[in-house]
Design a protein around this ligand. Structure first.
Ligand code: IPD
Length: 262
């Protein structure tokens, strides 16, 4: 299949930048006893690594693609038709606790839709990649969602943040368990959705999540065959949205449990 040369250039450049960023982040992770850690809010962690990794990614992308815009978790940014969306460390609470479930996430969006998704989890030795229309890959091998059709056999991850009142999260968990699902939470929305893409989870739901957490992961899940809610509708880039990604046969039952249209 022929793809625009600009997509190829952006993809390979971003992959190189993501590897450099992941090496930097891993260095901080391995020396985290010396890491400056602060809180942006309740259970909302910030380490010096987040800022340093975002600064590196921004500097490289701005140098390579000066005409593109960049939006990042720590330093914000403005929207345009050619937009990089970056989360320097998704799963910062895990990172700060020494849990390897964290990742660097870089997405490229054209007119609000993801075209490139790259997620590196260096402490797990995992690289997830996708380009629109070309499938999804883990460490270079094709990945595929599960074919699970029965919620009473399904493993569903439910992401949580303090942005959503506890009661709404608890009723999501209660509905999921009542429908027979096994519920888990592993602390990185990006990797949670990648686990749907590999079939190690059958679904991922979060009642509100920001676009830097899921920009790359949703493309990876879609390209692996997952059913995904229309996350990028409305003003998701600025305000976030709910997200649901799952094995296609579970979509209607899980959508009903979560109260998310899919
Ligand atoms: C958070 C993680 C978490 C999700 C939250 C995110 P951060 O991102 O992805 O799993 O539930 O909604 O804010 O703060 O670690 O980049």
């Amino acid at each position: 299949m022929s793809r625009p040369m600009t997509t190829n250039l952006r993809y390979y450049a971003a992959l190189g930048v993501a590897h450099e960023a992941a090496d930097l982040a891993l260095g901080y992770f391995q020396n985290r006893d010396k890491l400056d850690v602060s809180m942006k809010g309740a259970q909302d962690w910030l380490t010096v690594a987040d800022g340093a990794v975002e600064a590196l990614i921004r500097e490289r992308l701005a140098e390579l693609f000066p005409q593109d815009s960049i939006l990042g978790e720590e330093m914000g940014g403005a929207y345009s038709d050619c937009l990089w969306v970056i989360d320097p460390i998704d799963g910062t609470a895990n990172f700060a606790h020494g849990d390897p479930n964290w990742c660097v996430s870089i997405a490229f969006l054209r007119r609000g839709e993801p075209e490139i998704g790259i997620i590196l989890a260096p402490a797990l030795d995992q690289t997830f990649t996708a380009r629109s229309g070309e499938g999804a890959f883990l460490n270079g091998s094709n990945i595929r969602v599960s074919a699970q059709s029965d919620l009473s056999k399904a493993a569903i991850e439910c992401g949580w943040s303090a942005r959503v009142p506890a009661g709404r999260y608890l009723s999501l968990i209660e509905s999921g368990i009542s429908a027979g699902a096994s519920i888990k939470r592993m602390g990185s929305g990006a990797l949670g959705i990648c686990r749907v893409a590999t079939g190690t989870s059958d679904g991922f739901v979060e009642l509100h999540i920001n676009c830097w957490d899921v920009g790359a992961a949703i493309l990876i899940a879609r390209e692996a065959g997952a059913a995904c809610s229309d996350y990028f509708s409305g003003d998701a880039i600025n305000d976030g949205n709910p997200v649901l990604c799952c094995a296609p046969p579970l979509a209607s039952a899980l959508g009903e449990v979560a109260g998310i249209d899919i």
